[in-house]
Design a protein around this ligand. Structure first.
Ligand SMILES: *Cc1c(COP(=O)(O)O)cnc(C)c1O
Length: 384
């Protein structure tokens, strides 16, 4: 096959969609007003912001006033976990439950809180990358103020029993937060039906631009302020709103959640072809994460005797964008904490490759990866 450009790193970030771009552009130049201003360009911006908030709420089955815009998914995670801890401490509850394979936005917030006198229980996933509900139940204490478990893992794509965990929390009167950055637009989510108290999402993982995210907080749940200043975001996150990006998020999330059923089968079929093809063409390779309880577009493999970084560089020379662990992980030499949490040793974790495809990929992309990747693996192994 001719050399192609194949973007297979959609868990790292996605392309901005035409709809999102078209929706946001007027708010950069024509209607650039400050949503807090009283004249008409300001009011136009305020109306667009409200409409965007409504769209994000509808996508989650939430009320408009339960949505807070943030600058990214990491900010939403930080805010949710810190607020729950802060509010919990007021009632003498200083214990948090999370999982060992959360995104660092949650894990490093928890580490910070440990330094402030909180206690954190880290539940390990099983070897398939799934959190056992019984482990959550066992970890609950009288002084637990928060359970934070991600909806779907960003490296291995495994989907966690969020609604079941939420039910356990509700029974025990504990807040449940979920980092749903990888799940929104891929899995049907309804925060009311699923009993979710707080949920984080990020625009750039669902075809909106980088620099916008949102936190859902059920009404009735105390949310401590994040940024002091003006009255924006109901006085809890001051700062003039990123109107254009919020509008783009509204457009993108609507497309993302309404098209799930339509995209799912085709993306899953490509994923299965990729997994089957690579498992049969290459020796000494294993699939990380449960084979089926995973995101439609996630493939995560470990190759014996190979360094993930060398693999990425050679794939890049062939025009294929992929990742080893998560993007933030690739810059460091530490083995992925996610892969270690499901029992991989350092070497297997470092020999991992994540390919994350979506509806923009084609069968030709899959053919191309299946043609080039086995040859690259063979070449790298011959160099040892
Ligand atoms: C990407 C990601 C984040 C961080 O989102 P940003 O908008 O990049 O800060 C958090 N959690 C998960 C699961 C992610 O995949």
């Amino acid at each position: 096959m001719e050399k192609r450009f194949v973007y297979a790193d959609n868990a790292a970030t996605t392309r901005v969609s035409e709809n999102a771009l078209k929706a946001m552009l007027p708010f950069l130049q024509e209607s650039f007003g400050n949503p807090s201003s009283l004249y008409s360009v300001g009011r136009k911006a305020a109306a667009a912001l409200l409409d965007a908030r409504k769209k994000v709420a509808e996508a989650l089955g939430a009320d408009t006033k339960e949505i807070y815009f943030t600058s990214c998914g990491s900010e939403a995670d930080n805010w949710a976990v810190r607020s729950a801890a802060f509010e919990g401490a007021k009632k003498g509850k200083r214990h948090i439950i999370t999982s060992a394979f959360e995104h660092h936005a949650v894990l490093r917030t928890c580490a910070f809180l440990e330094g402030q006198g909180f206690e954190v229980t880290y539940i390990s996933p099983d070897s398939r990358g799934l959190i056992d509900l019984a482990d959550v139940k066992r970890a609950v204490r009288e002084d637990t103020c928060l359970v934070s478990v991600m909806y779907a893992n960003n490296e291995i794509g495994t989907i966690q029993p969020a609604a079941e965990i939420a039910a356990v929390c509700k029974e025990k009167n504990i807040l449940f937060h979920t980092d749903a950055v990888q799940a929104v637009g891929h899995i049907d989510i309804n925060v009311k039906k699923q009993g979710i108290d707080m949920l984080s999402l990020s625009g750039h993982k669902l075809h909106a631009p980088k620099g916008i995210g949102a936190l859902y907080v059920r009404s009735g749940v105390e949310l401590s302020p994040l940024i002091f200043g003006g009255p924006q975001e109901r006085g809890r996150r001051a700062g003039t709103e990123n109107v254009a990006s919020a509008v783009a998020l509204g457009a993108a999330i609507t497309d993302a959640v309404t098209g799930i059923a339509q995209r799912s089968a085709a993306v899953m079929q490509m994923r299965e072809r990729l997994i089957d093809g690579l498992l049969s063409a290459v020796e000494g390779v294993r699939l990380n994460g449960d084979r089926y309880i995973r995101l439609d577009g996630n493939v995560n493999l470990s190759f014996d005797g190979i360094e993930g970084e060398s693999l990425l560089l050679m794939l890049d020379m062939e025009g294929i964008c992929a990742s080893s662990g998560s993007a933030c992980e690739s810059a460091s030499l530490d083995a992925s904490h996610v892969l270690k949490s499901i029992g991989l040793d350092d070497r297997a974790a470092k020999g991992s490759l994540r390919l994350t495809i979506n509806e923009e990929n084609t069968q030709e992309d899959i053919d191309y990866i299946l043609e080039r990747l086995p040859a690259i693996v063979a070449r790298l192994r011959a160099l040892r």
